[in-house]
Design a binder for this molecule. Sequence first.
Ligand code: AHR
Length: 666
Amino acid sequence: MKKLLFIVGGLLLGGALPASQTLTLDTAKTKEPISPYIYGQFIEHLGKCVNGGLWAELLEDRKFYYPVKDSYSPWSVATDPQWNTGPYMYLSGSPWKVIAPRNTRGAVTMDTTHTYVEDHNPDAGPQIGQVIQPPQAPVLHLRPNGDVGISQECIQLTKGRDYIGHVMLSGQNFSGTVTVRMLMDDLAPRVIQTITAAGGDYQRTDFKFTAPADSLNAHFEIVGRGQGDVEIGSISLMPADNIHGWRADTVVLLKQLNAPIYRWPGGNFVSGYNWKDGIGPDRDQRPPRKNPAWKGVEPNDVGIHEYMDLMQLIGAEPYVSVNTGLGTIDGVSAEVEYLNGAADSPMGKLRAANGHAEPFNVKWYAVGNEMFGSWQLGNMPLEQYVQKHNDVAKAMLSVDKNAKLVAVGAADNRNGWDQTMFKICADYMNLMSEHVYVKEKLDVVAHVAQLADEIRRVANAHRGFRQSIPELQGKDIRVAMDEWNYWYGDYLYGELGVRYHLKDALGIAKGYHEFFRNSDIFYMANYAQTVNVIGAIKTTPTAAAFDATALPQVLYRNHFGTIPIEVSQQPTGDLDVSAAWTTDRKAITIAVVNPRSTADELVVNLGSTTVKDQSTQWLIIGTDPDEYNEPGKPQNLTIQEHSVNTSGGKLAVPALSVVIYRLDLR
Ligand code: AHR
């Protein structure tokens, strides 16, 4: 084929002469409007999504879940054979190293009798079978002639940036000095704070620090010298620009991501989560727990109040998943009352005492997560689960009759999970949840098609259920695809922290097209997940960036129309087209995914609908399907915007791209 250079919306590209084909659209043939909830997100307490991603805390295990020991071995290595990932490291012991004079052992011991962290569980107890470890705190047994303390390494700092923190200390017969300091590469240690008095009760000391240099391996230390004992209840260190504890750079990206709704707190996590561990006005007193479903430790710094704060900060709606695994019916109804009950209800009173008198007005709830799977905590046979679903749902509705409930679904479960759920529980759900994850396929066209194929399969299954299940007659129970994504490759950003590529961005775009084509079935979809963990955003401790899959989300949320126009015949060449009117019907938007390395051209025929010659084009494009972005580096993949001439209905479709055109009516 003849090679030439051609101009696409101001871009000069080298490639083969584009093929041209006609796309005929009957603009009067529209479908059910696209639900805004299709652009939802999901955040789970897992890996570096919340802690180490969204939340600004820089210290690991700041409340001493793991005992600080003379022997130091904090990391273990794991692989995830199901997802074929390479090895990744996770914290399996204390990240705090003991500092003590040479040949001294036992200078730091652990105490469980006088801790600042509280154990919420003795009277909270909505969990079945949860293993509870009592809170503990390190005690520094001071010496007059040498430092005794604890140190955490691998703290990443940025030159000139301000950091804030605090430490909760209590002393027993203490006299001397406790020093908070930072050691940065070959610079002299920086003393951040000196404390000379500590009584028996825990007292908070705040400190501030400006990093004198960049560092990838600063050591944060608390050391004492003198006499008596000093006990460390908790410590915190965050960049000073954090917004109520949330990372400022990540919040900026969340705002740009512009998702309308966030599912939280899991995922598998929720089936072992005790929501009462995450409340209480003083985060330092909330108990750290082993993450019940995953590898890490859950500090419980982020709970209901913090999540609601984030939702407010970024203008998104909450979608709370509740624990139908190890959780109990009473535990769930108490949670709903805590969220939405009046300030004089028992749980509403507790919420008010914790600083939020007004109900949070949560509307959407996921009733459980993947309860069909053997991996799910509290997994039980379907016959038993349908009963539990109904009991939980009734209890939730008796607290809040307006609650909208999303039931656990699995359209592909050969034991007929969805069918039985619909038969027994149809009166106690508003939506049915479905999840799809796909791996990598070496052929790019096949790789890009996978999610759309899965979404279509689920849509078809649900059309079938509507026909065949009598209990669904007269009902319109749509689907919440509340987890969907690619999941493959090495965990570069912690547990499940896979990297995404241009080809995945194209697959997400095509996935959206499938949701739009089935807008009568899909009411909600939540891209899984938001930060680091199979995430649209990737972070290091000092930088945050959109990964490839964030880009189509931003693109479609911001620029695609809301009233789908039927595309009766897709063009050839593996192009995937979606078209929609804007809400005000002043423009038609046409999106095309091209997974091939050859450019195309569509000549769009809109019948009697006439549009202006000058259009806006938004484009995600690369030259290699494996192109990606990394935090802290120049971005290879972005959304480009161009004003282009589309007279004669000619829409350029560059190779390896997703492109949206906005054609304004004349
Ligand atoms: O998103 C990661 C995990 O995938 C979720 O916790 C679980 O629901 C699904 O299996």
